[in-house]
Design a protein around this ligand. Structure first.
Ligand code: HEC
Ligand code: HEC
Ligand code: HEC
Ligand code: HEC
Ligand code: HEC
Length: 196
């Protein structure tokens, strides 16, 4: 029990750091951030069959991790601000918490058992990818995070921290979506910027 409190303490501290880091955004944005954080309680979901988005090999919930427990996006998508690829967390990253955290209800426990089994068997988890571009186009995450800010994820991906299962909100993988914003923001629309 004490160990659990220690891990959750770490998560809470991360959440605090997030609020401190965003203090430059001004008091209003800060209050909003606090209000959202305080109001989020992820619902219990008995039947996941009707959720939007593809079913994943483990029912991993962003609304619990990032909504309720306020774990920052970059804790798991560790390279989003420095590389074209945001990064998908390894099983080891998950186990940093789930060696200790086993889940509070039976649905959670069953899903966390799958995770621990993957860890014991040294198997990567085959997550189903949701957003992707064809090979002839490329999207540098780091350039966009630098220009639009670390919380810009929602501009393209929607409010992931409220999603029990990730689904596509915008046509982020259509050229029109890219070009519309590049026009608004006076960013280059040279074909060679996005195409190899
Ligand atoms: C505890 C780790 C963790 C945290 C924190 C986390 N994610 Fe994720 N994220 C994952 C994993 C694992 C997947 C792949 C499984 C899935 O799609 O649910 C994923 C998938 C995604 C996807 C879909 C990727 C695709 O296939 O196209 C998006 C978008 C995303 N995350 C955005 C976010 C945003 C935005 C935040 C912060 C609000 C966030 N994530 C926080 C672990 C995390
Ligand atoms: C920083 C700590 C932390 C990390 C890292 C983390 N989790 Fe969790 N996870 C939690 C907490 C806290 C809960 C809530 C436990 C409960 O109340 O049942 C949870 C719950 C869960 C659950 C049950 C609820 C749900 O989300 O469906 C699953 C499954 C799960 N985590 C999978 C993962 C996977 C897979 C990863 C890696 C991609 C991961 N976790 C990374 C802290 C973490
Ligand atoms: C300007 C739009 C935009 C923004 C802002 C953005 N993304 Fe993405 N994201 C995309 C596109 C487009 C893809 C598909 C890229 C590809 O296929 O190369 C993607 C893919 C992803 C993936 C899947 C990567 C994989 O390897 O499976 C994750 C995870 C993700 N984004 C997380 C984030 C997070 C976290 C943030 C905020 C810190 C963010 N994104 C901000 C447009 C965006
Ligand atoms: C919400 C607005 C927005 C959307 C949507 C968007 N971009 Fe961008 N993009 C920007 C901004 C702002 C910059 C300028 C970053 C900088 O100055 O470094 C940028 C820069 C780029 C660059 C680097 C340009 C250079 O001069 O080297 C590429 C490549 C790019 N975007 C591709 C894409 C692709 C592909 C998509 C669609 C999948 C997309 N963008 C969607 C806002 C956006
Ligand atoms: C800001 C990024 C961006 C710029 C600038 C851009 N494209 Fe694209 N383009 C994309 C993306 C992303 C796709 C893949 C998604 C799609 O098919 O809509 C794409 C797809 C395409 C396709 C394939 C469409 C299909 O139906 O398969 C063609 C052809 C194309 N672009 C031509 C161009 C030409 C010519 C220019 C210069 C006038 C250009 N693009 C500029 C991002 C861009």
């Amino acid at each position: 029990m004490r160990k659990l409190a220690f891990v959750l303490g770490g998560v809470a501290a991360g959440g605090m750091a997030a609020l401190l880091a965003s203090s430059e955004a001004g008091p209003q944005a800060q209050q909003q951030a606090v209000a959202v954080a305080d109001s989020v309680r992820a619902p219990v979901i008995a039947d996941s069959g009707s959720l939007r988005g593809p079913r994943q090999p483990i029912f991993f919930r962003h609304d619990i991790h990032s909504g309720q427990y306020k774990i920052q996006c970059q804790y798991c998508h560790y390279s989003v601000a420095v590389s074209p690829e945001p990064g998908i967390p390894s099983v080891q990253t998950c186990m940093g918490c789930h060696l200790v955290i086993g889940g509070t209800d039976s649905t959670h426990q069953a899903e966390i058992r799958k995770l621990r089994q993957a860890w014991n068997e040294k198997q990567p988890i085959e997550w189903v990818r949701i957003h992707y571009l064809p090979r002839h186009a490329h999207f540098p995450h780091q350039r966009h995070i630098k220009a639009l800010g670390p919380n810009a994820c929602a501009t393209c991906h929607g409010e992931v921290q409220r999603m029990p299962q990730v689904f596509k909100v915008n046509e982020v993988d259509r050229m029109g979506f890219c070009v519309t914003c590049h026009m608004e923001r006076k960013v280059s629309r040279d074909c060679s910027v996005c195409h190899y």
